[in-house]
Design a protein around this ligand. Structure first.
Ligand code: ZN
Ligand code: FE
Length: 257
């Protein structure tokens, strides 16, 4: 299995995923076609499938042009995104598995950012779109805080600690600044902020992250930690501090951070 990160638009990532045994190659979330075509050309690859994590234009904008270059290839997305993803041919159910060459890919349903948001799991990699970011999560546009909490903590959170997380946007630095605002005393967050700042300055990407590191530094996976609850109490003295209520306040605070 080979994965390549492709920066697109302002701060998006598309990814190439290749089965090395068969040469079958997919793109996840082509925001635009040109950088994807260039990446394929550079590696001498053809394209055999498009995987969309959700319908937003910055994750599907390249579908139509890629389909002109590679007519008839399958386009995967959640069943509920029917009519919202250009060229969609496969309408996935929660947990459904499909093949790319010899790779088995599982679609995890992650409602919250959108109703049809999915993450794609293959071996130790998980492509999370706008559900989980480095040290953060997507905005809750179509679902409820309870759904988003569940998608992040119970669905993605059930993956092994060493799962590599390939997310949809380069927001990690800004997210860590918010994480440090929530937990100023957490040395893991301060350390990661310093490391990511240096990494980005040297022209590298913060993707992928690892689930174990996210558990230590991502406030949206830390709703049961006393320091995070104390932050929420300072915002809402009456907050009952259930995980979902903590999550709701964190997300609202991040929206205006
Ligand atoms: Zn989105
Ligand atoms: Fe996005």
């Amino acid at each position: 299995m080979l994965i390549r990160s492709i920066p697109c638009l302002q701060d998006n990532y598309a990814y190439l995923l290749r089965c090395e045994q068969t040469g079958q190659t997919a793109v996840i979330d082509p925001s635009e076609a040109l950088p994807v075509l260039k990446a394929l050309q550079k590696e001498g690859l053809s394209l055999h499938a498009i995987l969309n994590t959700h319908h937003h234009g910055d994750h599907t904008g390249g579908n139509s042009e890629l389909l002109r270059h590679f007519p008839g290839i399958p386009v995967y997305g959640h069943g509920s995104d029917q009519g919202r993803i250009a060229g969609q041919t496969h309408f996935l159910a929660a947990g459904e598995v499909f093949e790319l060459g010899k790779l088995s890919i599982q679609a995890l349903h992650n409602p919250g950012h959108t109703h049809g948001a999915v993450s794609y799991a293959v071996h130790d990699a998980l492509f999370t779109g706008d559900t989980l970011f480095g040290a953060g999560c997507g905005r809750v546009f179509e679902g409820t805080p309870a759904q988003m909490y569940h998608s992040l903590n119970q669905v993605i959170g059930a993956c092994p600690e060493n799962t590599r997380l390939f997310f949809g946007h380069e927001y990690t630095r800004k997210n860590l600044e918010f994480a440090l605002h929530v937990e100023p005393e957490n040395p893991a967050i301060a350390d990661r902020l310093a490391a990511i700042t240096a990494l980005l300055q040297s022209g590298n990407f913060s993707t992928p992250s690892e689930l174990g590191l996210e558990r230590l530094t991502n406030p949206f996976l830390r709703c049961e930690v006393p320091a995070v609850q104390a932050f929420v109490k300072r915002i809402e003295a009456e907050n009952p501090l259930t995980p979902v209520e903590v999550f709701r306040v964190l997300r609202a605070q991040k929206d205006r951070f």
